[in-house]
Write a protein that binds this ligand. Structure first.
Ligand code: NAD
Ligand code: UDP
Ligand code: UDP
Length: 330
């Protein structure tokens, strides 16, 4: 029997994107079951939701089976920052592949609709620019990033096989670089690194010559696109790119962060990590056409909001806490 309010499971719900999604679903009077093993997420990210009658948090690793009764699954569990997913690459592949199989098994048994948080990384170091969904990508299968890139690619494969073979309603969303409040200060991704470095007067660490590009989407826009995709009819499976097509070099990002923070930090150039993609920009024509979605918050405004968040956070917690010990503090 279906409940009056949909019961929605968010794996990775205590992470950056997951916590924003839980919040938005509760605002729509959904019941939210948040699943997380706190590998990169924190109870702190959802602490303000704990008293909400529609919210429940379970510590669980999705590489192990899970038996619950739900109507929809947003599968976000997986570290997203290169330094975090490379910390335990075997676990990263297990989360992407075993985790996806378990969540698809759960969807199959319960009849739930399931959305996969895939990534622009499936395009690897792209030879086609901007990247449309039809592009198959250029990915190293044995490099340091492969646990994430190939793990996510295999997850897409198994999603479409459960759809074709078992009729599971699936939605595959390819997320491009997203930033905003509640990224962990030591997460390691470029936007949080640059903002924290600028606010603390430390050197801004640009990898390589800084001419590589990324397209940055503000979290509120991204979550809007994600929920729209979930709420489309079952014929729309994706994959669909969701991101902001505004494209910037990493050096431009550093300059903008310095300008917004008013910091006097200087830039330090460090070696480019292995297989770091040289360019990335989403072709979002499918999202516009099928979801009537496009981002509304441009980089400067999104960065201003994110800087304000980190400013408050670092005031409350002036010394930088390493990711792992921050986890133990929970
Ligand atoms: P995040 O690291 O902040 O969140 C990931 C969450 O998943 C964390 O709370 C972590 O503890 C949890 N988790 C990891 N392994 C788990 C496991 N085995 N079982 C249960 N929970 C587990 O990252 P994010 O930016 O919020 O990313 C969320 C999802 O979106 C990820 O799947 C990521 O690959 C995808 N994505 C994000 C971006 C982005 O720019 N933010 C871009 C592309 C794709
Ligand atoms: N699974 C799960 N929760 C469920 C149903 C299945 O975690 O409610 C797991 C199950 O342990 C299995 C995986 O999902 O390993 C795939 O399930 P499926 O039924 O597709 O495959 P099978 O059990 O036949 O291997
Ligand atoms: N980067 C950088 N300095 C940092 C962190 C990242 O120059 O402190 C670069 C990184 O080499 C990449 C880009 O910024 O070219 C985006 O990196 P991020 O880890 O945020 O995400 P990616 O898109 O590489 O997964």
């Amino acid at each position: 029997m279906r409940r009056k309010n949909k019961r929605i499971m968010v794996t990775g719900g205590a992470g950056f994107l997951g916590s924003h999604l839980c919040e938005r679903l509760l605002e729509q009077n959904k019941e939210v079951l948040c699943i997380d093993n706190f590998y990169t997420g924190h109870k702190q990210n959802v602490i303000h939701l704990m008293d909400h009658p529609g919210f429940e948090l379970i510590r669980h690793d999705i590489t192990f089976p899970l038996y619950v009764e739900i109507d929809e699954i947003y599968n976000l569990a997986c570290p997203a920052s290169p330094i975090q997913y490379q910390r335990d690459p075997v676990q990263t592949t297990k989360t992407n592949v075993h985790g996806a199989i378990n969540m698809l098994g759960l969807a199959k048994r319960t009849g739930a609709k399931i959305l996969q948080a895939s990534t622009s990384e499936v395009y690897g170091d792209p030879m086609i620019h901007p990247q449309p969904e039809a592009y198959w990508g250029n990915v190293n299968p044995i490099g340091l990033r492969s646990c994430y890139d190939e793990g996510k690619r295999c997850a897409e494969t198994i999603f479409f096989d459960y759809h074709r073979q078992h009729g599971v309603p699936v939605k595959v969303m390819r997320i491009f670089n997203t930033y905003g409040p509640r990224m962990h200060p030591n997460d390691g991704r470029v936007v949080s690194n640059f903002i924290v470095q600028a606010l603390q007067g430390k050197k801004i660490t640009v990898f390589g010559n800084g001419n590589q590009t990324r397209s940055f989407c503000y979290v509120d826009d991204l979550i809007g696109g994600m929920m729209r995709l979930m709420n489309t009819n079952d014929t729309i499976t994706g994959p669909i790119n969701i991101g902001n097509p505004g494209e910037f070099t990493i050096r431009q990002l550093a300059e903008l962060v310095l300008e917004i923070t008013g910091s006097r930090s200087t830039v330090e150039y460090l070696p480019l990590p292995q297989d770091d993609p040289m360019q990335r920009r989403p072709d979002i024509s499918q999202a516009k056409r099928l979801l009537d979605w496009q981002p509304t918050i441009q980089l400067r405004e999104g960065l201003e909001r994110t800087v304000a968040y980190f400013d408050r956070l670092l005031d409350d917690q002036p010394t930088s806490v390493p990711m792992k010990s921050a986890l133990l503090v929970d």
